[in-house]
Design a protein around this ligand. Structure first.
Ligand code: FES
Ligand SMILES: [Fe+2]
Length: 356
């Protein structure tokens, strides 16, 4: 039996394994990109909860359990009718609170069934749809992670979707342990990291590495370094990675920022959105141009680092999924760790899982 991160085995208490820990549900999770939800209902999943996302007639996003209260089929097979979602099977229509609002074949002497499915607090901000899977009364008290660069005209964004068949802890460890740059060889923007400082509290773990990088976007041709190894010149740059539960943020020098919005799907599956921003702050002449033109540049360059980012993700996912498989095959096998940041990561995951 599992209870607050502690398993009870025939009376004695035993710590739940890190790879089987739950999540803190009282947090905002990015469950989809804004562009993924248009005019049809969309199925999504967070921590074993099936969710249907849909927009009402005003374009506002809504989230309900993905389950028709009539016969329990998925509402996401249905259609949107104004502000109601219509089930594909017998056509019952539910409102945005999850109540049955219309049934076409209701007889005169029948009342609408008094049934209600769960609705979730939901927000749309900075290109993502954020869902609060926990206690709805807490939603207003908890901030969602801000991505100020998403709208800022000086930043070019690229988004890569991570879908991995593994517990989310493997992904976070991958993101916090910069020594894994070994895996990425030429795709990596940093080199020679050395862990410098480590701070942690009940909300986050922040690790600063001294590193080197060729990444400096201060000339028009700087971007070509990303694609041509011969043009790269390494210089020292601080590399900072933070696990701001449940998400991750990293900066490398002043021109490079990455976020990872983590959406744990189940104990063995994780979806995440990796968002890379390149800063154009060094190009002061550009900032004097009309806003419409700067917006045009920002929008036209969206996804400029797509191949690079997707390539990194593919390499990481392969390793993370193998780690999960190895754990499922033999959960008793001991791993050896040299990066002290990972002990802090485990502490944070454990304390958040226990509080959620
Ligand atoms: S199962 Fe949904 S209307 Fe019947
Ligand atoms: Fe990586």
């Amino acid at each position: 039996m599992e209870n607050n991160g502690v398993k009870s085995v025939s009376g004695s208490k035993q710590k739940t394994h890190l790879r089987e820990l739950s999540i803190n549900c009282d947090r905002w999770y990015a469950i989809a990109r804004s562009t993924e939800v248009q005019t049809a209902p969309v199925a999504a999943k967070i921590w074993n909860r099936a969710i249907v996302l849909f927009r009402d007639s005003a374009g506002k996003i809504n989230a309900l359990e993905d389950r028709c209260p009539h016969r329990q089929v998925k509402l996401s097979h249905g259609k949107i009718k104004g502000d109601l979602i219509e089930c594909a099977y017998h056509g019952w229509r539910l409102n945005t609170s999850g109540e049955c609002a219309e049934v076409d074949y209701l007889a005169e002497n029948q009342k609408l069934p008094n049934c209600k499915i769960r609705s979730y607090p939901i927000k749309e901000q900075n290109g993502f749809i954020w869902l609060f899977p926990g206690d709805a009364t807490q939603a207003l008290k908890i901030d969602l992670l801000d991505l100020p660069e998403w709208e800022h005209l000086n930043y070019i964004a690229t988004v890569s979707v991570i879908d991995c068949q593994a517990h989310y802890s493997f992904l976070i460890e991958n993101l916090m342990d910069m020594y894994h740059g070994h895996l990425h060889e030429d795709l990596q923007a940093w080199a020679n990291p050395v862990l410098d400082t480590l701070t942690e509290d009940e909300h986050q773990v922040t690790v600063r590495y001294q590193a080197q990088s060729y990444y400096k976007i201060d000339k028009i041709w700087s971007i070509s370094q990303l694609f041509f190894k011969s043009l790269r010149k390494l210089h020292p740059e601080p590399l900072e990675v933070s696990y701001v539960y449940p998400h991750w943020v990293s900066t490398l020098g002043s021109d490079f920022k990455i976020y990872c919005l983590v959406c744990p799907v189940s104990e063995t599956a994780t979806r995440a959105y990796l968002i890379h921003f390149t800063s154009l702050n060094a190009f002061w002449r550009l900032h004097k141009l009309p806003v419409w033109f700067r917006k045009f540049i920002k929008d036209s360059c969206f996804g400029a680092a797509q191949k690079l980012l997707d390539g990194l993700v593919r390499q990481d996912v392969l390793m993370i999924e193998e780690e999960q498989q190895a754990f499922l095959h033999n959960s008793e096998r001991k791993s050896y760790e040299l990066n002290r940041a990972l002990a802090s990561v485990e502490r944070l995951i454990r304390s958040q899982a226990e509080n959620g």
